[in-house]
Design a protein around this ligand. Structure first.
Ligand code: NDP
Length: 307
């Protein structure tokens, strides 16, 4: 059976480090870091994510401010809000929760954020720094995944890594970070031919697709390290019976509650083939929040050199 890479435990460790650093700042008379979260409208999933982020701030002593513009806020009103946060010396990090309502241009909003306060690492300047291998604020999910892999002693240099998914949030930055660690990286996507064969080449397989149970056990190279970034809600019992055939715990939950969270990888099947696997939930999800708080601390301590 594969080792379970416990993202929650590693995230707790990261949060403890942030908490200690915040306490040390306060003890030396400095103010706590402050994260401003902008949540436009009332999308239920976004509300849950923001709640989690604010609660994690509180746990570590990081201050947080929530801005809740109405769903019909205009682009120029949103821009003004961001400009105000950029100019506020007491705000270290700015996070605009995605997705934004359809009438708003997400990229335009993200590009407005001062790169030194861009704790999500989505500003082109921070993405460019990652591209050049320079330090900076890096996207939270892939950077926290990389930290966890290193913590667990996963060898990356010279290994074959396959990243499923090419989004700017996860897939592309993850591929760059693996490359930085001298892995030989393939990025696969919806147009990749013979995806199972490509995946089977991977010593490190990262799935960031958003398709429940896409990656079957037979797609995994024996002994591979599998990082499952996907978070999917499954409600269809017939479909669940298929993808959870080797995962009786998930299947029982689906039968009992009518819904269950799962990743892009068939966890039960992966456990029989892989060397190590991240579970969903409890894998990459908690790492993302820990990465965000770490970035907020970094921004506050101006450990980044934004340009
Ligand atoms: P996007 O929708 O932006 O990107 C998905 C990628 O997967 C695209 O590149 C797409 O290819 C590819 N893809 C879609 N279907 C297939 C398929 N059948 N075969 C191969 N590739 C496919 O998603 P994100 O990167 O934002 O997120 C991916 C998943 O990760 C989601 O489930 C999301 O909820 C989760 N997530 C989890 C986080 C966490 O904290 N754990 C944080 C962020 C995301 P193409 O480009 O060709 O369309």
């Amino acid at each position: 059976m594969a080792q379970i890479l416990d993202g929650k435990a590693y995230a707790d460790r990261m949060l403890d480090e942030v908490k200690a650093a915040v306490a040390a700042r306060k003890n030396s008379g400095l103010r706590a870091p402050c994260l401003a979260v902008v949540l436009v409208g009332d999308d239920p999933a976004s509300q849950v994510y923001v709640k989690g982020k604010i609660a994690a701030c509180a746990k570590t002593g990081i201050e947080s401010i929530e801005h809740r513009p109405a769903a019909d806020v205009t682009q120029s009103e949103l821009n003004l809000l961001i400009e105000g946060l950029n100019a506020d010396p007491d705000v270290d990090g700015i996070l605009v929760q995605l997705p934004l309502p359809k009438h708003l241009d997400s990229k335009a909003a993200l590009h407005r954020i001062n790169p030194a306060k861009d704790v999500d690492g989505f500003h082109p300047l921070n993405q460019g720094r990652l591209f050049e291998g320079l330090p900076g604020l890096r996207p939270c999910t892939p950077s926290a995944c990389m930290r966890m892999l290193k913590f667990h002693g996963v060898e990356m240099a010279g290994k074959r890594a396959v990243v499923l998914g090419r989004s700017e949030i996860v897939g592309k930055p993850m591929a760059l970070m693996l490359l930085e660690e001298n892995a030989t990286v393939t990025i696969a996507h919806s147009r990749t031919a013979d995806l199972p064969a490509v995946c089977r080449e991977a010593d490190i397989l990262v799935a960031a697709v958003g398709r429940p149970g896409l990656v079957e056990g037979s797609w995994i190279k024996p002994g591979a390290v599998v990082v499952d970034v996907g978070i999917n809600r499954v409600t269809d019992l017939a479909f669940g019976e298929r993808i959870f055939a080797a995962d009786p715990v998930k299947l029982a939950k689906l039968r009992e509650k009518g819904h269950v969270l799962c990743g892009d990888v068939r966890f039960g099947e992966a456990m029989q083939v892989a060397g190590a696997v991240t579970p969903v939930p409890g894998g990459v999800g908690p790492l993302t929040i820990a990465g965000l708080l770490r970035n907020t601390l970094k921004a506050c301590e101006a450990l980044v050199c934004p340009g």
